[in-house]
Write a protein that binds this ligand. Structure first.
Ligand SMILES: [Zn+2]
Ligand SMILES: [Zn+2]
Length: 284
């Protein structure tokens, strides 16, 4: 097996959340790939209205509703035994194992205080910032809802998405930002007219000194690029934002996917600050 260009993977998901494999299987696969460290970063998504959302029944049917919690107590209860398990596996077969989480940021005061309390209990090694939802008109919408909305509403949601990312970075709470232009998963926000909105978010990210990931989980027939797009990668290069490669592996065989291609793309966009695993974990 060819060794990936980056010798670590810190954005991965496991069974019990929405991944397909156990942590131990992920560790063994990381070793097989010649990786020196692995981080497991399951979803930490807490919102009181999450189960009332339009997408929620899909999650129940798909068997991954465990990634959503309506209270911080519920989320902590889920993560505690998971983190215990990871602690026991650390150092196994020479792979350093980090306990991470991919956190959905919501910006209202109760979320922040609940989140801070939960972090005091769980003490993760690192926190990835994600934003899979926008709150519009008192409801939570994901990128599929965004794509299904009428044009005017969709544009409002895309703008809300980017503005929220900027505010998330400004908190300085996160080790790095995940899949920056997530709405493009469903074809939203791809036009060049979004450049200024993206630029404002990228500036907030740069000012807060928060790194970003290049997420290789997207590469599909309909979208032959990672998150974020070359347009945003060039902005990140201009702003000297450090980056790391993430595979967002939901199964062992996805680990390190397309790292070489994403690395080449990043270089061609002018990115030259690539983080080590150690620096990524200490970047908060
Ligand atoms: Zn994600
Ligand atoms: Zn993820």
């Amino acid at each position: 097996m060819k060794k990936p260009i980056q010798d670590f993977s810190l954005h991965t998901h496991t069974i019990g959340f929405d991944g397909r494999n156990t942590p131990i299987k992920m560790v063994l696969h990381a070793r097989e790939l010649g990786m020196k460290s692995l981080g497991i970063s399951n979803h930490f998504i807490v919102h009181p209205n999450i189960a009332k959302s339009k997408f929620y029944p899909y999650a129940v049917r798909g068997g991954y509703s465990a990634i959503y919690s309506t209270s911080f107590d519920e989320a902590v209860k889920r993560f505690k035994p998971h983190f215990e398990e990871l602690k026991h596996l650390s150092g196994l077969c020479g792979v350093k194992l980090y306990r991470g989480m991919e956190v959905d940021f919501f910006d209202y005061p109760e979320w922040r205080s609940g989140f801070d309390r939960a972090m005091k209990v769980l003490k993760p090694d690192y926190i990835i910032c994600a934003s899979h939802f926008v709150e519009y008109d008192g409801q939570l919408y994901n990128v599929h809802d965004m794509a299904n909305a009428d044009e005017k509403t969709r544009d409002k949601m895309v703008k809300m998405y980017w503005d929220k990312l900027g505010r998330a970075a400004e908190t300085g709470m996160f080790n790095w930002m995940a899949h920056l232009d997530l709405p493009k998963k469903t074809g939203c926000g791809r036009d060049a007219i979004w450049g200024d909105t993206e630029k404002r978010a990228v500036e907030s990210i740069a000012q807060s000194k928060t790194p970003i990931e290049i997420n290789t989980g997207l590469y599909r027939d309909y979208c032959d690029e990672p998150y974020p797009s070359p347009r945003i990668l060039r902005m990140a290069a201009d702003a000297h934002i450090p980056v790391l490669l993430s595979d967002d592996a939901h199964a062992a065989e996805q680990m390190g996917r397309n790292f070489d291609r994403a690395y080449e793309l990043a270089r061609s966009c002018g990115i030259n600050k690539f983080l080590t695993a150690d620096a990524a974990v200490k970047s908060r």
